[in-house]
Design a protein around this ligand. Structure first.
Ligand SMILES: [Zn+2]
Length: 373
């Protein structure tokens, strides 16, 4: 790999180009494969993780309340135990493990520091979008249909959100067909709102929960199933104006669902589903489990499980709202900074390194995070 180090200015330019906020300047940008990357050591330093270890190809960044783990050669990382699929592969270059600037600015930054996301005010309205309906029943199995499970979960979330003081709008509240265009147009009528589309998966051998934010411009979709996919284009869409809110909301709901329900973590992913593309408010599409899986399908078929799913979604929205609106009043900038509750379920593959030999990172952070809020 060709190493080409440039300091400070190019990185600031890259971030300005992709619409991020002004960053402190102590970054070293490398350009493997002609794409801007930074080292995980640099990420640890910038975000003030005092404990940075690198064992084999697994890097761990730890502080009191946050942990990032990643492995070069893969396209995933974990933040507080929650699995994220990266936009570009994690690379290894000699003694350094690298992450793309896109993944730092579009995943790590908004998830670790949601309160710094620009233009994210208080959420007043939640638009819930139960997938499918009417003659379109979505996925189905002997346990039931996606359309009816999704509606039931949305109704449970609605009740919980209303109790928490939110205005709740539904793209459908009964078993009727609604076009994807109508769902988006309906959602776009509400200011200070977020949009949550609720679906279930079906395929042989699959189980677990996966959540989708709109793929940023230039990033290929990594949807696990094709039945919602709009195509492999990498164009910019209206929803990309909310990239940072989208990933923070998606991560928050995903983490809340995993924390409340013992589901397998299929990760926070990105795609260009119709309802995510043209929407003008922060949006997420949740695939809340596989109705085709014999044990997960049986659980989803119980009203108790769907009730818990609805409560978890509502809690995730509340966590997001609190996180993006958090304003620091004191020195403890870490409080309420992370959007993700700690999630202790292990990610089975491929991030685990058995009993890593710790190699302390000896250089304390030397830069300040602007403002620290
Ligand atoms: Zn669906």
């Amino acid at each position: 790999m060709k190493k080409h180090r440039k300091r400070i200015l190019p990185f600031a330019l890259v971030l300005a180009l992709i619409g991020s906020i002004a960053w402190a300047s102590d970054w070293t940008v490398l350009r493997p494969q002609n794409r801007p990357y930074v080292t995980f050591a640099n990420v640890a330093q910038f975000y003030q993780f005092p404990d940075y270890t690198r064992v084999s190809r697994t890097v761990s960044l730890r502080s009191d309340r946050r942990v990032i783990r990643a492995q070069a050669g893969t396209s995933e990382l974990s933040i507080n135990g929650v699995r994220f699929f990266t936009h570009f592969p994690l690379l290894n270059s000699g003694n350094e493990d690298l992450i793309s600037v896109m993944d730092v600015s579009k995943i790590i930054e908004p998830v670790l520091r949601p309160s710094r996301i620009q233009k994210s005010g208080k959420v007043e309205t939640v638009v819930l979008d139960p997938g499918h309906g009417g003659t379109d029943q979505g996925a189905s199995s002997s346990w039931g249909t996606e359309k009816s499970f999704a509606l039931d979960v949305a109704l449970a979330a609605r009740a919980q959100l209303i109790r928490a003081g939110y205005r709740v709008e539904m793209t459908r509240a009964t078993d009727v067909a609604v076009s994807l265009e109508d769902r988006v147009n309906f959602a776009n009528r509400f200011p200070n709102a977020v949009f949550v589309s609720i679906h279930f998966n079906s395929s042989s051998g699959g189980s677990g929960v996966e959540s989708y934010a709109l793929a940023p411009e230039g990033v290929i979709s990594n949807a696990s199933s094709e039945h919602h996919v709009s195509g492999a284009d990498t164009a910019r869409h209206a929803g990309n104006a909310q990239d940072e809110q989208n990933i923070a909301l998606t991560a928050s709901i995903h983490a809340s669902v995993l924390t409340r329900l013992a589901a397998f973590d299929r990760g926070v992913r990105h795609a260009r589903f119709h309802v995510l593309r043209d929407i003008k408010i922060p949006a997420v599409l949740l695939e809340a489990g596989f109705i085709s899986d014999s044990s997960e399908g049986q659980r989803i078929a119980t009203s108790h499980y769907r009730q818990q799913l609805g409560v978890a979604i509502a809690q995730g929205i509340q966590n997001y709202n609190a996180a993006v609106n958090y304003r620091s009043g004191g020195a403890d900038f870490a409080v309420a900074k992370a959007n993700l509750p700690p999630h202790t379920r292990s990610i089975s593959e491929p991030l685990g390194a058995e009993n890593p030999v710790e190699t302390p990172y000896h250089h304390p952070p030397s830069i300040s995070i602007n403002g620290g809020d």
